[in-house]
Ligand binder design. Structure first.
Ligand code: PEP
Ligand code: MN
Length: 349
């Protein structure tokens, strides 16, 4: 159920409706928009008694939401969600192009600092790097763990980049809250419902990767798990799905970008690194992702891809990555946020 408030409804009227919903034993999610505020109702098994809410001051109408997801939907919020970060002009969603770049995994201080410098010089605002790695083999490099997390906190301090890292377990969410800026939920955990709920109670934005066999509906419902707990800052990340293709690691489903855009107000970014698995395909698919309207990109970069402890085959070198940034900015029609000296200017990439 969804309560649509009148355009001129006061904050007090919105609050009164929320209180009424909570009194009925449900949860109210107030979503202010440019035109009007809508209040999503969750926690109800069946229909909510419409009359009690419809007659309240400031209410325009009470609508039944027939789709399985509610809070992710444009029915609740028509305007695109823009995620803002304190102390910086960086946003995800909106006009700019958010580029999240960095190595697959934090391997050591020198590697992480070299890549962070390249990422900062390209003008990107977000640094990614796995501290805890979900690997198919238990014998493969599992990430540096807390040692890597310390390096991340130093990078945040030294470069002023916003830190994006993946939480594999609930305890990681608490650690990321201390020194991180965005919690990544990886493809393998897209339906780890207790982990999703935990991130839903966090104050940090959540970057939710699409599961490798997930339909759009399952992906949106995973986002709904997070939002239903009260965290409305969710970024969807298309990273490809498994198909019969042998020429790529995954099949990057770029049609999901306009499909999501139609259904949901949440920002959506594209990961052409995991989406292809090969460095030579990353830039072409990054260009395609921006051309279909993605709000940003997630790209793996390594100072020595041939020595990488994970995903080296898909890592761009810093110069290949800098070229990618120039190309995607030109497609998006924005000035690359790097000046003649290679120093980052105030752009939003
Ligand atoms: C990653 O971003 O390093 C990663 C493990 O990605 P995914 O969850 O998409 O496989
Ligand atoms: Mn990786």
């Amino acid at each position: 159920m969804l309560v649509v408030m009148q355009a001129q409804a006061t904050e007090e009227q919105v609050r009164a409706v929320c209180q009424k919903i909570e009194k009925l034993g449900y949860r109210a999610h107030s979503m202010p928009g440019a035109q009007r505020t809508a209040i999503g109702i969750t926690g109800n098994k069946g229909e909510v008694e419409q009359g009690t809410l419809e007659e309240m001051p400031g209410v325009q109408e009470v609508i039944k939401v027939s789709k399985p997801y509610k809070l992710v939907s444009r029915d609740v919020k028509q305007d695109n969600t823009v995620i803002r970060f304190s102390g910086t002009a960086a946003t995800i969603g909106g006009q700019g192009l958010a580029i999240v770049a960095g190595p697959c995994a934090i391997e050591n201080r020198d590697q992480a600092f070299a890549v962070a410098e390249a990422v900062q010089q390209s003008g990107a605002r977000f640094f990614r790097g796995g501290v805890w790695k979900p690997r198919s083999s238990p014998y493969a490099f599992q990430g540096l763990g807390e040692k890597g997390w310390k390096i991340m906190s130093e990078i945040r301090e030294a470069f002023g980049l916003k830190i994006v890292t993946e939480a594999l377990e609930e305890s990681h969410v608490d650690l990321i809250e201390q020194y991180g800026d965005v919690i990544q939920i990886g493809a393998r955990n897209m339906q780890n419902f207790s982990l999703l709920r935990k991130t839903g109670r966090s104050k940090l934005p959540v970057l939710l990767k699409r599961g490798m066999a997930a339909t759009l509906e399952e992906w949106l419902l995973a986002a709904e798990y997070i939002m239903a707990e009260g965290n409305y800052n969710v970024i969807l990340c298309e990273r490809g799905v498994r198909t019969f293709a042998q020429h790529t690691r995954n099949t990057l489903d770029l049609a999901s970008v306009p499909a999501i855009r139609r259904i949901s107000h949440l920002p959506v970014i594209v990961d052409p690194s995991h989406g292809t698995g090969s460095a030579y395909m990353v830039t072409p698919l990054a260009r395609a992702g921006v051309a279909v309207g993605a709000d940003g990109l997630m790209v793996e970069v390594h100072n020595h891809p041939e020595l990488a402890l994970s995903d080296g085959a898909q890592a761009l070198t810093p110069s290949e990555y800098a070229q990618l940034v120039r190309e995607v900015c030109s497609i998006r029609g924005i000035t690359p946020p790097v000046n003649q000296n290679g120093l980052a200017t105030k752009g939003n990439a």
